[in-house]
Write a protein that binds this ligand. Structure first.
Ligand code: AMP
Length: 398
């Protein structure tokens, strides 16, 4: 069965068509700048040329229409008509406490996702627009929602509660939810598979280090803690997000700089992280890495602080699980940054970790990058959230 995976943002829409038998991507692309001047769609059939078409995309429905047109057109399309698309899997960012697994989409589910909008005001409404657009263009195709938060729903109360008045949890469901769950789930399972070990017997720490970054602790096949919180702002230092800070800083800076709460949150989300720390050098880790190697003081500061925070979370999660068998690195930085992995692992001597430098410099494979003597294994596992969404979709529509 061909499964269309849709990841809708507020002004963008990423898609992949995946053949569930071979688990290969047949075609992929994105619509960007939806509803903004200069919108365009890119489309690439597997093994073919990438096409970019600048075209007005006033809304997500038009974006989805263009995607379906690209997939079915005579020239570079990959299916004859829409009947060859068996199901659609939608990435949905926040499922709150309602969803601990992927679910078939019906009116009740849409209402429940809407009720989580409060918790992810930037993401969930966009995800719902994508679902609505697909429903109207493919009314008879089954659709599945796969939640970023679902994998983390197994966390125990002591991991997900904040030290706040309990009534805020009762009234507003303020608690840690965690994100990147599809990636943490995929990577931790893949690690067990590659090692040939039973997933339910492994203690794994997954470091998803991309523009957004989070760490999770997966013990005996279930997530027991994660670094992101009620929103993706908590935890690691990220491309532009601050991660953990003393909450009192918000009022202090707001008073000094004459800013309100939403302006402060904008700074914490968009102007902080390695971008802010590097004195606005860049939010892109490639630039930070280049600057670090050239000895640029701002890049060195950003790099060291980023890596230190990751190492600190690893230590916390070793404590949470009373040990660790394997530490996995994934996502843009985790997969491609041997220097970053080196700096982080330098803090982890107490786990008996010894990186094999030759293996650590390889790219793109599911690899153990520690020596055979290393007491704890370190792995690099390229994440594949689209495939994980396609698998979850297939499971439900079968
Ligand atoms: P993601 O959010 O997973 O797409 O990751 C995006 C981040 O990965 C960006 O900050 C990129 O700079 C970073 N990245 C991609 N390739 C490399 C690389 N070769 N070395 C270091 N960082 C990289």
């Amino acid at each position: 069965m061909n499964i269309l995976v849709i990841n809708c943002g507020s002004s963008s829409l990423k898609f992949q068509l995946i053949d569930s038998m071979s688990e290969k991507c047949i075609a992929k692309g994105n619509c960007e700048r939806i509803g903004i001047d200069g919108s365009f769609i890119t489309y690439a059939p597997a093994g073919g040329e990438k096409e970019k078409t600048v075209i007005e995309i006033p809304n997500h429905k038009e974006g989805i229409r263009l995607v379906l047109e690209a997939l079915t057109n005579d020239k570079s399309g990959v299916v004859k008509d829409l009947s060859e698309i068996g199901a659609v899997g939608h990435r949905v960012v926040h499922g709150g406490e309602k969803f601990s697994d992927a679910t078939l989409i019906n009116d009740e589910v849409i209402k429940a996702i809407e009720e989580c909008n409060d918790l992810a005001p930037l993401h969930n409404p966009a995800n719902l627009i994508g679902i609505d657009a697909c429903k109207s263009l493919m009314p008879n195709t089954p659709m599945v929602a796969v939640f970023d938060t679902a994998f983390h729903q197994t966390m125990p109360e002591e991991a997900y509660m904040y030290g706040l008045p309990y009534e805020y949890y009762q009234k507003y469901k303020i608690r840690r939810y965690g994100f990147h769950g599809t990636s943490h789930s995929y990577v931790s399972k893949r690690a067990a598979e590659v090692l040939g070990v039973d997933y339910s017997e492994l203690k794994t720490i997954v470091c998803h280090l991309g523009n957004g970054a989070s760490v999770s602790a997966v013990k005996n096949g279930v997530c027991v803690d994660t670094s992101m919180g009620m929103t993706p702002l908590e935890g690691l230092i990220m491309g532009t997000r601050s991660g953990d800070i003393d909450p009192a800083i918000v009022e202090f800076v707001a008073n000094k700089e004459n800013k309100n709460v939403s302006e402060m949150l904008n700074i914490l989300n968009k102007k902080s992280g390695v971008y802010g720390l590097s004195n606005n050098l860049s939010s892109d880790f490639r630039d930070i890495e280049d600057g670090y190697l050239a000895g640029d003081e701002h890049a060195v500061r950003a790099m060291k602080t980023f890596c230190y925070r990751v190492a600190k979370y690893i230590g916390a999660f070793v404590a949470a699980m009373n040990g660790v068998d394997v530490i996995c690195f994934t996502a843009g930085v985790g997969e491609n940054g041997p220097i970053i992995r080196n700096i982080i692992c330098e803090y982890l001597g107490y786990l008996g970790i010894e990186l094999d430098q030759e293996l650590n410099n390889k790219r793109g494979l599911d690899l153990v990058v520690t020596t055979t003597d290393s007491k704890t294994k370190v792995m690099v596992i390229p994440t594949n959230e689209e495939l994980a969404i396609a698998r979850a979709t297939l499971k439900l529509v079968k």
